[in-house]
Design a protein around this ligand. Structure first.
Ligand code: HEM
Length: 371
């Protein structure tokens, strides 16, 4: 369903004008605030949350419509509990005691999610008869249209709809934002690479207009920068847990059926057996290389590989490329308080999605010709 319907090329393209509207708001805000440092981590996080909400729910929701902790706050709290190693997973006899209280806390969070999802679905059902049939359908519309339908191969009920929506929101918001945040951080740290990205943008786009999505395929160097950033900072460093379907032997290790498997994409991206100078940020390593991000090349798997790899990859890459290109094309960036590029701290905050421990702040200067 994800591949054929939700993330088809047609569907991704149908949200192009929405992405432009949201990104233009951010660019406008930054242009109006050029004297102070912009909290890029917070701004990029909100931009992605807004884009994802409009695609999945058809509109943005105010924080207070969710819960007093706000939309992002609750999602992050839930993700935090999910990422915490749970004793009960390793010693099943202890699971029912819930010694860390994780099950109890997650159940409480799931009630908040559930209340919100019931409200969103209710709003869609109520307004379905009065809605314009030609308007662009959001994910909730699409999923509801499969429910109870005999004509489709996807047999789903309301609990599936809730689960899929939640999955999309959780998997979509922080991942793209963290990928943008890390790439911007590496660009701030490496002015040579930043200048080269801006030079490419000047050649492809010119300084008289902003970037359009149709320009993205011509930005080859930016693609290398993104690959290099995802190699060093795979936003889901351990991917998602997998389970072996049958007994198998990998590199001489016996893996019994039904084992829980973690793939350390972070370590693979920095493995000296797979990469020369692995700790160096050097996008040019991808010149004349056919290593891509799609999971064919096992030394670079930020989206996983195979059937359970990320279904939102094309969409995620479109957003990451577009936002980075626009921010780098429209502005020069300087670190605040006289911080030198090589002094920028890169400490990670570990979670299922690993973002920066400290927000990335930078001072913008508008650089296009047109006012
Ligand atoms: C740069 C952006 C993104 C990155 C780096 C990323 C990365 C990943 C990774 C590593 C996985 C786990 C794969 C595995 O364990 O093998 C995953 C799964 C998933 N991603 Fe993404 N993702 C991104 C954007 C998105 C977006 C925008 C969406 C949807 C709106 C999305 C939806 C999903 C879903 C639904 C899954 C779970 C698939 C399943 O249940 O098997 N992702 N993603």
């Amino acid at each position: 369903m994800s591949t054929l319907v939700l993330f088809s090329n047609y569907k991704i393209t149908s949200f192009k004008s929405m992405r432009k509207e949201e990104l233009d708001l951010l660019i406008g805000f930054v242009r109006d605030n050029q004297t102070a440092a912009v909290d890029l981590s917070a701004k990029v996080g909100s931009l992605n949350a807004d884009m994802t909400c409009r695609m999945v729910f058809g509109k943005k929701y105010m924080d207070e419509e969710f819960d007093e902790r706000g939309f992002k706050g609750v999602i992050q709290e839930g993700m935090g509990y999910t990422a915490t190693p749970n004793l009960g997973d390793y010693i099943p006899q202890l699971a029912s005691l819930d010694l860390q209280g994780l099950t109890r806390k997650l159940k409480a969070i799931s009630k908040v999610y559930d209340r919100f999802l019931v409200k969103v679905i209710g709003e869609h059902v109520q307004s379905s008869s009065s809605r314009d049939e030609n308007r662009n359908k959001d994910f909730v519309d699409l999923l509801l249209s499969f429910m109870g339908s005999e004509e489709t191969e996807f047999q789903i009920d309301i609990e599936h709809v809730k689960a899929i929506i939640l999955d999309m929101i959780i998997a979509g918001i922080d991942t793209s934002a963290a990928a943008i945040e890390w790439t911007l951080s590496e660009l701030m740290k490496h002015p040579r690479v930043s200048r080269k990205v801006q030079k490419e943008l000047e050649n492809v786009v010119g300084k008289d207009r902003m970037v359009e999505e149709s320009d993205l395929d011509n930005l080859e160097y930016l693609d290398m920068v993104i690959k290099e950033s995802l190699r060093l900072h795979p936003v889901a460093p351990l991917l998602l847990p997998h389970e072996s379907m049958e007994d198998c032997i990998v590199n001489g290790f016996h893996i019994p059926k039904k084992s829980r498997i973690f793939i350390n994409a972070w370590a693979i991206g920095r493995d000296p057996n797979a990469w020369n100078d692995p700790d160096k940020f050097f996008p040019e390593r991808f010149v004349d290389s056919d290593i891509d991000l799609r999971g064919r090349d096992f030394q670079l798997i930020p989206f996983g590989s195979g059937r359970r790899s990320c279904p939102g990859m094309e969409l995620g890459l479109t957003v990451v490329r577009l936002v980075l290109a626009q921010l780098m094309h429209c502005f020069d960036w300087e670190l605040p308080d006289g911080t030198l590029p090589n002094e920028l701290e890169m400490t990670e905050h570990f979670g299922i999605v690993t973002c920066r421990a400290k927000h990335l702040l930078a001072i913008p200067t508008y650089r296009l010709n047109k006012s």
